[in-house]
Write a protein that binds this ligand. Sequence first.
Ligand code: PMP
Length: 392
Amino acid sequence: MLETLNPQPQDKILQLIAMYRDDPRDTKIDLGVGVYKDATGLTPVMRAVKAAEKRLWEVEVTKSYTGLAGEPAYNAAMVGMILGAGFAERAASVATPGGTGAIRQALELIKMASPGATVWLSNPTWPNHPSIIKYLGMKMAEYRYFDAETRGVDFAGVLEDLGKVAKGDIVLLHGCCHNPTGANFTADQWAQVAGVLEARGAIPFIDLAYQGFGDGLEEDAAATRMIATRFPEVLIAASCSKNFGIYRERTGVLIALTDPARRAVVQGNLAFLNRQNYSFPPDHGARLVTMILEDDALRADWKAELEEVRLNMLTLRKTLAEELRKATNSDRFDFVADHRGMFSRLGLTEAQVAVLRETHGIYMVGDSRINIAGLNARTVPILAAAIAKVAG
Ligand code: PMP
């Protein structure tokens, strides 16, 4: 049987990690992989997470199974963090292994409820979106998103393409901090997008993987909350990997907003999907998140550290934009300071990306996406000078 399998194409980011690892130069800079790093290059365990782990070790008396949908307290805490108060009656939710698990369950729910629906993705988007949709054999389409000239959102393209969405189609939107571009809708643009989707009878599906990494914990949820208020049905796949720094604990949630009268059936279907795929979702990360969100002191400390992380990335953006102004003697790269989240797509060619890697030891994804958090005060001017050399 297994002899029928073909080799899978190598994952581009994993390939990049291997090339970086094998590069002997001690001046090399890794702007590839999508994890937050502090100025020393460490992806730290957050203070509140450490404190919650210690407390959990003291109070935990059993590791017996949790509920099929996860612990109700976790789901409620996540609905509260993402949507604020007032959605409990409409929200069905399940704990999932990371944001990826939530996306996968959302897509399977769509497939169960509406097998013929097309899922619309921004072009570009996180490569795992089309990959899972393809694997599930679902229909997909793309809407234009990125303006290669301005490196901002091609909003005319967005409106034109979303104007072609059919009734009942699903439109996947990045709730904040678009991956891979870093370019995001303004509040006014979000309202216009909501208007088009309403007019077309589409169902919004929001991927929220970076709440707290863009403009703030509440600010980054504003678009999701607006959509949640305006639409009768919304799917939200959220990840705790980044904002709690618990990448390997696999902690996410899928929320399906529906009519209160239908909530119990939707909830039952979400639990059914968990049962089919892995039975009980992982609990350790979810429990830490619940402890932090429910405890005033832990929550305050977590929020303060998340804000440090966010402001660190914002400072790096500002200094990189300034250094690029100096190095290129132009304002062509000012967009770096306007982008939000961990990533920016610089708009370099594949050949320029290759020169940066081979000649300068600077590693970024082939589409010229950089991880801002891979930089520090020392490396920002080095990157700016190298970019000016290859693209100045
Ligand atoms: N959505 C987007 C846009 C992402 O960038 C990521 C992580 N790279 C995820 C979802 C899922 O994250 P995880 O499964 O690690 O929680």
